[in-house]
Design a protein around this ligand. Structure first.
Ligand code: ADP
Ligand code: MG
Length: 377
């Protein structure tokens, strides 16, 4: 296999912040960028040489993206398999449709994880209010999650009694879902694997993740966890990436239960919010690594340079009378601001993040919190 060298063009399905940050890293390496996204004002557009406004199910547009690219990758899972297959006729498409087929649907993803012997929490598939009710009567306190389309806690409904099954079914839009037992969590961590088409791979140090209202609020690398847990998380991540044969990145979200067990929550074959800190924590950022992996270039080192924490900035922070007080947050010189260039600050929308380095993970977290607090009066 020939590496795809700088000067070539990378096509990206999806022009959100992840696509934008892949594009920034790719530009540093001298690659050209094409983006396909339904949103004409997508965050990655200013970084692209050229972009296509089209639905992710538009097969002809997908083929056009690949025809004008030397390799195609993605930043979002909801690209239609037919689009990925159409792209693959014209350029290597990494990750491929085989990976998306497993990952795209929560039900198929869970079943695949179980079939391959990876640990997951108790769950049931459901495709009616009745089957949700039956699942909740066996599992108890649960999360019903639609099989497709959910992100940042959307497409989920928490229920603790079968009596709420009809409400959950309606809330989810009457579509197939999984019902997961609500777990008593000690912590959430994630691992990130970068894998080249030939099988070479690297595993990043785990990130420690804190969610609020089911959305990632802050995260730190390295996760302050034991060497044993790190080794277990790495083994699970490496195993999944290898079995899936993923080309590019694979993020694995893990639950640590109160009894010390690691369970796989979900997979994402792309850069992940919980690894944004790698831009400062590690020798090679996840975005640069995505570029290297999909271009089949040698992978970069993932050693920690300095502990780094990030805090997400959601649209809620933007008030009618203006943007948050960024200058005040930057008074601590260890803070960096990362904004995605989105104009429309809707509540819950990820607009950017702050990062902070520290001598320890705890110090980095403390600093990023202080900076975030300084954003608002
Ligand atoms: N079974 C569960 N038990 C406990 N907490 C959960 C469970 N499922 C989801 N959560 C919480 O909700 C968050 C978002 O759920 P997740 O399945 O990762 O969906 P999304 O695709 O929106 O990230 C998780 O990171 C966790 O904090
Ligand atoms: Mg998640």
């Amino acid at each position: 296999m020939q590496p795809i060298l700088p000067g070539a063009t990378i096509g990206i399905f999806g022009g959100g912040q992840l696509g934008r940050m892949i594009a920034m890293a790719a530009r540093s390496f001298g690659y050209g960028i094409r983006v396909l996204d339904p949103d004409p004002s997508a965050a990655a557009r200013p970084l692209a040489d050229d972009s296509i406004v089209a639905d992710f199910a538009d097969v002809a547009a997908a083929a056009a993206l690949a025809r004008s690219s030397d390799v195609v990758t993605l930043e979002i899972e909801k690209v239609a398999l037919a689009s990925l297959r159409a792209a693959a006729l014209y350029a290597p498409t990494r990750p491929g449709a085989n990976v998306l087929d497993v990952v795209q649907d929560r039900g198929r993803q869970k079943a695949w994880l179980v079939s391959q012997g990876f640990p997951v929490g108790h769950y049931r598939l459901a495709s009616s209010a009745e089957s949700i009710g039956e699942a909740v009567s066996t599992l108890g306190d649960s999360f019903a999650k639609s099989c497709t389309g959910g992100y940042d806690g959307r497409g989920q409904f928490r229920l603790d009694s079968p009596a709420e099954a009809r409400k959950a079914w309606t809330w989810l839009g009457e579509q197939p879902c999984i019902v997961e037992k609500a777990l008593d969590l000690e912590a959430e961590i994630s691992v990130l694997i970068a894998r080249r088409p030939g099988g070479d791979l690297v595993v990043y140090p785990p990130a420690f993740n804190h969610h609020e209202d089911r959305v990632l609020a802050w995260s730190v690398i390295p996760a302050p966890i034991s060497a044993t847990l790190t080794a277990q998380a790495h083994e699970i991540g490496r195993g999944i990436a290898g079995q899936l044969g993923v080309e590019g990145l694979l993020a694995v979200e893990l639950f640590l239960t109160r009894d010390g067990t690691l369970l796989v929550n979900e997979l994402a074959p792309r850069p992940h919010n919980s690894f944004h800190a790698t831009e400062r924590a590690c020798i090679t950022s996840q975005f640069e690594q995505a570029v290297r992996a999909v271009c089949d270039m040698p992978l970069g080192a993932v050693d920690v340079v300095r502990p780094t924490a990030i805090a997400n900035l959601l649209g809620d922070l933007w008030k009618e009378d203006g943007a948050p007080n960024f200058a005040r947050a930057l008074r601590d010189s260890a803070i960096r601001l990362h904004l995605y260039g989105k104009r429309d600050a809707r509540p819950g929308r990820k607009m950017g993040h702050l990062s902070a380095t520290g001598a320890t993970s705890a110090e980095a977290v403390e600093r990023v919190h202080a900076a975030k607090a300084a954003l608002t009066p």
